[in-house]
Design a protein around this ligand. Sequence first.
Ligand code: ADP
Ligand code: MG
Length: 113
Amino acid sequence: MTQVFLNLLINAVRYTPSGGEITVTAERVEAGNGKPARMRVTIADTGPGIEPEHLPFIFDRFYRTEAARTRNSGGMGLGLAIAKQFVLAHSGSIEAASSPGRGTAFIVELPAE
Ligand SMILES: Nc1ncnc2c1ncn2[C@@H]1O[C@H](COP(=O)(O)OP(=O)(O)O)[C@@H](O)[C@H]1O
Ligand SMILES: [Mg+2]
């Protein structure tokens, strides 16, 4: 899980211009109807966001958006693919929500107990 959250935090720092804001929240989510509770950790930034046409692919190996490749900053496009496999191995889920120009939020959910 250290690797997962490190990857998400490094992305948030890398892709958010200076003066931006990164918010980390953790909450317990009760599923109800006898299902186990989950722990939800959200890492949100005020960076450039991700265009909807890229969003379905960002967890694919080696996938980087045009903007990330052009800026030529950082990685190989593996961080989110690794994060997803690790989260799945812990019976969790990971999703991204983004509004271009406003920012991106990564939501990780894991069994709470
Ligand atoms: N917080 C973010 N804000 C904007 N774009 C992001 C963010 N996190 C990831 N991305 C996009 O998703 C792509 C894949 O991320 P990742 O797998 O970590 O690869 P890398 O960071 O090595 O490029 C990035 O290249 C970038 O285009
Ligand atoms: Mg990365």
